[in-house]
Design a protein around this ligand. Structure first.
Ligand SMILES: Cc1cc2nc3c(=O)[nH]c(=O)nc-3n(C[C@H](O)[C@H](O)[C@H](O)COP(=O)(O)O)c2cc1C
Length: 383
């Protein structure tokens, strides 16, 4: 495994936090790291992992073991992937492209965000297996035009995020003037000036290579610049979207269709009934409704309703044991967000690859310590 120079002291995913905090302008760090309101869901996402215990077995030959996982006719090398994260290219130079490249190299899935600042087509060119996550409202003409663009780029796996009827209440970042788009102000400019490494390595490098980033993928065409005086207005309100729209999209989209942000068995059952291919059990990393239940707590209830769908899981995954617990409780695949974002900021593609390998090593080590040779044996090790 290649260890980037500034990653020598990074021995687990959470080790990235203080380094990212000092590298990034404060407003950007807060936008990425915080949850909403009292951060209860974000904190809860971590705590619930601590409530589950594992029961190892001994004297089992585990010398040939595998942490490969098959999903949608593809065998991935590791059972985890990278969650969609908007505005990633503000954190790290070409972050979306680097996620795509690192995911391809490690043979894991990467879900590109609909709020990314790099065009879909460029990311799909870097990694034809990339999935696309879209933010849509009930306007079917707009959904159709975006879906056609995604399909033309060669992407087959489409994820619609459904826990964002209205934006979450991210008070801390907003207080600093960090919105989407970012509305320029003196405090933000000073914040950037006091973080010269970020200014040079991410911001100026981006300006020199492709100009001011734009919100590229909300519709069929390029949107406004990420730094703009234009008020966000209703752009982030998607309160009209309902199951009828999803049914309509299901009939129209020829590839695999999933929804992200499911936290109840009833919704999983409806998703299966209308023929969706999968659901992401997720509370958006605690960034939408504060006190929304941590997904691990409802995972078993949702797995019971999965029918023909696959169950994908994210929110709070930081350790190999977290991946193992979610799989043991019935998730088909597990995703993580923020650690990969910080890795992209601090170390680009190499940093992301390094972190993928750190998490993979933990999963592999824990599998052996549990006395298992395959991931399918994990449910037997729940205490
Ligand atoms: C900075 C940031 C931006 C995000 N943007 C999106 C997005 O555009 N679409 C989406 O569905 N989820 C988005 N999410 C949520 C992630 O996909 C994922 O659900 C969450 O980060 C998982 O929690 P974790 O960070 O604790 O692993 C974002 C999360 C972060 C931290």
């Amino acid at each position: 495994m290649v260890v980037p120079n500034n990653f020598r002291k990074i021995k687990c995913l959470e080790d990235l936090d203080p380094y990212a905090k000092s590298f990034l302008p404060q407003a950007l760090w807060e936008f990425g790291s915080v949850g909403v309101e009292h951060n209860l869901s974000r904190e809860g996402n971590r705590k619930v992992f601590d409530e589950i215990w594992l029961q190892p077995r001994t004297l089992i030959n585990v010398s040939s073991r595998s942490i490969k996982r098959s999903l949608f006719n593809h065998t991935y090398t590791f059972p985890f992937g990278i969650s969609p994260m908007g505005a990633s290219a503000m954190f790290g130079f070409e972050a979306d492209l680097n996620f795509a490249r690192a995911a391809k190299e490690s043979n894991i899935p990467y879900v590109m965000s609909g709020s990314a600042l790099v065009p879909i087509e460029k990311v799909a060119e870097a990694n034809p297996d990339v999935w696309f996550q879209a933010y849509v409202d009930a306007d079917r003409d707009s959904i159709g035009l975006l879906a056609d663009r995604v399909w033309r780029s060669g992407i087959q796996n489409l994820v619609i995020t459904v826990d964002v009827a209205v934006p979450g209440n991210r008070g801390t970042a907003l207080r600093k003037g960090f919105e989407y788009p970012i509305r320029p102000n003196i405090a933000l400019a000073l914040d950037a000036l006091f973080h010269p490494r970020w200014l040079v390595k991410t911001f100026f490098r981006t300006l020199l290579s492709s100009g001011l980033p734009h919100i590229e993928n909300y519709g069929p065409k390029r949107g406004i610049p990420i730094i703009s005086k234009e008020a966000p207005g209703r752009k982030h309100v998607r309160d009209g979207l309902d199951w009828e729209d999803m049914k309509w999209l299901r009939d129209r989209w020829k590839g695999r269709l999933m929804i992200k942000g499911v936290l109840s068995g009833e919704d999983a059952n409806l998703a299966n009934t209308i023929g969706l291919d999968g659901v992401f059990v997720s509370n958006h990393g605690g960034r939408q409704l504060d006190t929304a239940i941590p997904p691990l707590k409802v995972l078993a209830e949702i797995v019971a309703e999965k029918g023909k769908m696959v169950i994908l899981f994210d929110s709070g995954v930081r350790r190999g044991t977290d991946v193992i617990k979610a799989l043991a409780l019935g998730a088909d695949f597990v995703f993580s967000g923020r650690p990969f974002l910080y890795a992209a900021a601090l170390g680009g593609q190499e940093g992301i690859s390094y972190v993928i390998n750190l998490l993979a090593d933990e999963v592999d080590r824990n599998l052996a310590l549990l006395g298992c040779t395959t991931l399918d044996q994990l449910p037997e090790r729940l205490a």
